[in-house]
Design a protein around this ligand. Structure first.
Ligand SMILES: [Zn+2]
Length: 236
């Protein structure tokens, strides 16, 4: 853990991330169970849980009666204190949930707000998006410039494969190289490398446009975000 950041992300009384109870019905045998869902995963305290989040097993539930494995997605804060990274998974009505979440910050202690200022605070919609943010941080990259780089690489890809119906585009390193993996509707996957120097060029081009730091709010940095940035540039 880094010793440079002098803050403590332990929530105060109004900021407790309490576990929540949820009912689940097994899709195979119909057995009803009550789950205790943890509202926060702190990978500084529990490093083994990072892998579980990355491979999705953190979200898996096994029916005690029949052994059916189901994925349970719910609002979860992923907290990596060492990387000063806080990512909120908000799977349902993400925009509304995000607005509510940021609204709650008026109840935060001074110390939490101070910590938030030096943290990268993100909201994501899916487990895959969460894993992607973690991988981007592990690669030592800024997800805003990665999102913009993705837009360029993806546009190139579509030129070569016009009409390809794409369902998802995610950052992914292969053999130590940065790139994106593109999932098509017909189940195919394509990995495309970031051209040499692309990321650095994107940083140079957009440094002034994306702002130096985010505030204390959780932000949704996704393809929609990068499209807005790119649209502003072509309009100006
Ligand atoms: Zn079952």
């Amino acid at each position: 853990m880094s010793d440079k950041k002098e803050f403590n992300l332990t929530p105060g009384e109004n900021e407790q991330y309490k576990p929540v109870k949820a009912d689940i019905t097994c899709r195979k045998c119909g057995k009803k169970s009550t789950l205790t869902l943890r509202a926060c995963v702190n990978v500084s305290l529990h490093p083994e849980e990072k892998e579980q989040v990355l491979d999705g097993s953190f979200f898996q539930y096994t029916c005690p009666d029949c052994g059916e494995i189901m994925s349970v997605t719910y609002p979860l804060l992923y907290d990596d204190m060492a990387k000063a990274l806080m990512i909120y998974l908000l799977p349902d009505q993400t925009e509304e949930a995000l607005a509510k979440l940021n609204e709650q910050q008026k109840n935060w202690s001074e110390e939490m707000l101070k910590a938030a200022k030096v943290c990268t605070m993100r909201a994501v919609r899916t487990i895959n998006d969460l894993a992607e943010k973690i991988k981007i941080a592990d690669a030592g990259l800024d997800d805003r410039y990665v999102e913009l780089s993705k837009a360029f690489v993806f546009a190139q890809f579509l030129k070569q494969k016009p009409g390809c119906e794409v369902v998802q585009v995610l950052f992914e390193q292969q053999n130590g190289k940065d790139g994106i993996v593109i999932f098509s509707k017909d189940g195919k996957q394509y990995w495309v490398e970031f051209q040499e120097g692309l990321y650095d060029e994107v940083v140079r081009m957009f440094e002034d446009k994306v702002g130096k730091t985010s505030g204390t709010e959780y932000e949704l940095i996704d393809a929609g975000w990068s499209m807005k940035i790119l649209a502003n540039i072509s309009n100006s």
